[in-house]
Structures are given as structure tokens and as C-alpha cells.
Design a protein around this ligand. Structure first.
Ligand code: PLP
Length: 445
């Protein structure tokens, strides 16, 4: 191909590219939600992204509210991050040996998130949660894992039971290929329900190694924890000798300098200290970096110091780590202020447009993450998976397509969070606001 990438027809239309992809790749995609199955239509094949915008193969530009599913807090292709990546790449792509930058990234995380005394880098969020669970099992000598319905922690075997994200989209109970014996080691509890959690501990407490929880749920749409839920959960687990793995792959360094943990640490009524935490997305700045961290005494149970094995050829990859460091260094209070302001403006405008068309809905907010639930029954908000599944989810597809036609790219499922970036300036937000009346009308019909 030539330098004409991004101009009309350079590589074919989106439809042509999708047809070709479907022949070469299962479903035409390398991650299910990208296939537009829940909204219908043709996925856009993107060729470039800058600031708050993405451009497809037909040369069409969209204001982006997916942000790479979270990492791009500074906006796409931020020059500071791109330069750091280019400089690191020029020094070598992968060494399979320790580098000074890995320590720097660990120190940056530890300086912001107090429960993280030590950090181990991996490449994906799935690996981070999988390794954290093995560590919790190794440290406690117990096998059973508790998770919450609608929470997504990646696609490892034990974590797909009643998970959100693509599984919410497809309404699958779990996944084929997961042995029943492995699924039986995961207990699923309704979110925000401390009584149900207490009952599970009362019955199985001595077998439970850990509770894994999204610090704030955002893979069934956004469903924040009730105030004090995380704190009570940690107390309950500890009373039974179980550990808590707080999954901040999505929320970490996005909703505040110290993630969701940092927001709740601001009040004594909500502050909590998980044993282990997992990160991804933002800490890689758009490159494959994720991590698990926690108390040093626990983390030192990992190989080579301890008996819990964990490893990776590409773990701490120098080019990826450079992107993470540049992103975290740039993510200061001003950036979080811009993210919060953009989220407030956009979510209020969507709500206003829907209300103007008489579409019953609620705004679901967790810091600068937000999404919407549709229907009269949910107009006061949703706090668990069963409730979000009862919404009028069919209203989302026409809304989504009206926005896309007007040049705004939303997550292609009602069960995903919307992601703003600090690059969403007045012009980009203005384009979103202009598109809303027609989209709200589409949702109303
Ligand atoms: N945990 C949470 C909370 C996530 O949102 C995700 C991905 O969306 C994961 C884990 C899995 O991360 P990855 O897709 O990098 O494997």
C-alpha cells in the first residue's frame, strides 16, 4: 500500500475490508465486541487516530468515545508518548532481560497507589488477574474464588462465569471449553449485595482463597459500587482469612491519579486496602502492559522468590513500558480535571437529549466513566447485573448508528463504558452535542 492510507478507497471500503477479514480471521475480529454484533452494521476499519479523533479506511473522521477501550487518557497519539515509544524502539524492541524502565514504571505505580508495595509487569489484563488468582491460591492454600455477576476480569477459564463485556453483549452464560471442574471453583455473587456475599462466606468461608472484584464495575455498562461496599467486602473477606483482589485494569489511573482506590481513599467511610490489585490499559498507554501488585510479603511469594510460578517473554517489554511511563508522567491533576469535565458535559448532554425525546433512562457514573441504561424501570439507576439486563437495550443500536452516521464513534454495545480523553476539547465535544438530538430521536422510536 502507498502513503495514501486514510484517503478514500485506499484499501477498500469498510464493507470490503470486513468481508476480507471475515475470510481470514474468525468473525473478522481479534476481540468479539469489535464485530458490531449487538448493534448490527459494518465495523469501521481504522487506519489512524489523533487526539479525540479516529479515521477509518474510507477517510472518514469520527470523534472517538472508545479511546482504545480505555488506555488513551491523553488522547490518541499524544506526541510525548509517541516520542518515548520511538526512542525506545530505536534502542531495541525486546531484550528478555531486566531494564531500568521497568523499575521506574513500578515506582510510579507504587507512589500513587499505597496498597501496592511491589508490582509485577505482564502484558494483558487477563494475565494480571489470572496471575493474581494463582498467587492468592498459593498464599492461602485454598482453591475457591468468589466473583460478582457482570464483572469482567479477562478471559481466563475460571473468570468467564457470568462475566460482563462481550459476554454481556452476547448474553452467554459463560464459555464453551471451560471444564466444569474449573468453573465449579468460581462462586458468583450478585454485585453490591453484602448479604449474599456474607451468606457465601458463611457456607464456604474456609475454602475461599479470594474475592475478585472490579473496583467499580464498568463491563456491564458502568455500575458503581454502593458507598462503603468495597470497604465492607474487604472486612468480610479478611474475617474469613480470604484475600481481596481489586481489579483496576479499567479504572486504574483513569478515574483519578490513584484510580478508583484513590477516589474511595478520600473518605474514611469508604477507604479500603485490598491485598492485591490488577492494572492494565492506561499503564501501557496503548501498548501491551498490565500488572499485578500488592503487599510485599504476598508479592514475594511469586517466582523467583516464592513457590507461585509466573513469567513472560514479553513482560516489561521496553517499548511498551516506555509508553506507560510517558502516559503516567503526563497524567497530572490537570488531565484528570479535563477528563472529569468532559465526562460531566457529555453525559449531561446525552441525558438532556434523551429526556427531550421522552426516552426513560439513567446516567450511570463512576468518576469520569459513564454509560446509560434505558427504560422506565431503570430510571433510578442500576446496581447489579440482573437489573442492567432488564433494560430496553434495543434502544441503543439506533442511537449508536445515528451517532456513527454523524461522525461520533461510541462503544458498539450498551454494556460498555464510554471513555473520554483529555484531548476532547470544545470542538470535539461540540460535534458530539450536535449529533445528539437526532440520535435521541432514533432511540425514542
Ligand atoms: N479486568 C477488567 C476490569 C477489564 O476491563 C479487562 C478488559 O477490558 C480485563 C480485566 C482484561 O484485560 P485484557 O483485555 O487486557 O486482557
Amino acid at each position: 500500500t502507498s502513503g495514501a492510507q486514510g484517503t478514500s478507497g485506499a484499501q477498500g471500503t469498510n464493507a470490503e475490508l470486513f468481508a476480507r477479514a471475515q475470510a481470514a480471521i474468525p468473525g473478522g475480529v481479534n476481540s468479539p465486541v469489535r464485530a458490531f454484533r449487538s448493534v448490527g452494521g459494518t465495523p469501521r476499519f481504522l487506519v489512524s487516530a489523533r487526539g479525540p479523533y479516529v479515521t477509518d479506511a474510507e477517510g472518514r473522521e469520527y470523534v472517538d468515545l472508545v479511546a482504545g477501550w480505555g488506555p488513551a487518557i491523553l488522547g490518541h497519539a499524544d506526541p510525548r508518548v509517541v516520542e518515548a515509544v520511538q526512542a525506545a524502539a530505536a534502542r531495541g524492541l525486546s531484550f528478555g532481560s531486566s531494564t531500568p524502565a521497568e523499575t521506574e514504571l513500578a515506582e510510579l505505580v507504587e507512589a500513587r497507589v499505597a496498597p501496592v508495595e511491589q508490582l509485577r509487569l505482564v502484558s494483558t489484563g487477563t494475565e494480571a488477574t489470572m496471575s493474581a488468582i494463582r498467587l492468592a491460591r498459593g498464599a492461602t492454600g485454598r482453591d475457591v474464588l468468589v466473583k460478582f455477576a457482570g464483572h469482567y476480569h479477562g478471559h481466563s477459564d475460571g473468570l468467564l462465569a457470568e462475566a460482563g463485556s462481550g459476554l454481556a453483549t452476547f448474553a452467554l452464560p459463560g464459555s464453551a471449553g471451560v471444564p466444569a471442574d474449573i468453573a465449579a471453583l468460581t462462586l458468583v455473587v450478585p454485585y453490591n449485595d453484602l448479604d449474599a456475599l456474607a451468606a457465601v462466606f458463611a457456607e464456604h468461608g474456609e475454602r475461599i482463597a479470594a474475592v475478585i472484584v472490579e473496583a467499580s464495575a464498568a463491563n456491564m455498562g458502568v455500575v458503581p459500587p454502593r458507598p462503603g461496599f468495597n470497604r465492607a467486602l474487604v472486612e468480610l473477606a479478611h474475617a474469613h482469612g480470604a484475600l481481596v483482589i481489586s481489579d483496576e485494569v479499567l479504572t486504574g489511573f483513569r478515574v483519578s491519579e490513584a484510580g478508583w482506590w484513590g477516589l474511595e481513599a478520600r473518605s474514611a467511610d469508604t477507604a479500603y486496602t485490598p491485598d492485591l490489585m490488577t492494572f492494565g490499559k492506561v499503564i501501557g498507554g496503548g501498548m501491551p502492559v498490565a500488572a499485578l501488585g500488592g503487599r510485599a510479603e504476598l508479592m514475594q511469594q511469586l517466582a523467583p522468590l516464592g513457590p507461585v510460578y509466573q513469567a513472560g517473554t514479553l513482560s516489561g517489554n521496553p517499548v511498551a513500558v516506555a509508553a506507560g511511563i510517558a502516559t503516567l508522567r503526563a497524567a497530572d491533576a490537570e488531565v484528570y480535571g479535563r477528563l472529569d469535565a468532559a465526562a460531566a458535559t457529555i453525559s449531561a448532554a446525552v441525558s438532556e437529549a434523551l429526556a427531550a425525546e421522552g426516552v426513560a433512562h439513567a446516567v450511570q457514573r463512576a468518576g469520569n466513566l459513564f454509560s446509560f441504561v434505558f427504560g422506565e424501570e431503570l430510571a433510578s439507576g442500576a446496581h447489579d447485573y440482573a437489573t442492567v439486563q432488564r433494560q430496553e437495550s434495543w434502544r441503543y443500536a439506533p442511537f449508536f448508528h445515528a451517532m456513527l452516521d454523524a461522525g461520533v464513534s461510541l462503544p458498539p454495545s450498551v454494556f460498555e463504558a464510554w471513555f473520554v480523553t483529555a484531548a476532547h476539547d470544545e470542538a470535539a465535544i461540540g460535534r458530539i452535542l450536535d449529533a445528539l438530538p437526532a440520535a435521541a430521536r432514533a432511540a425514542a422510536s
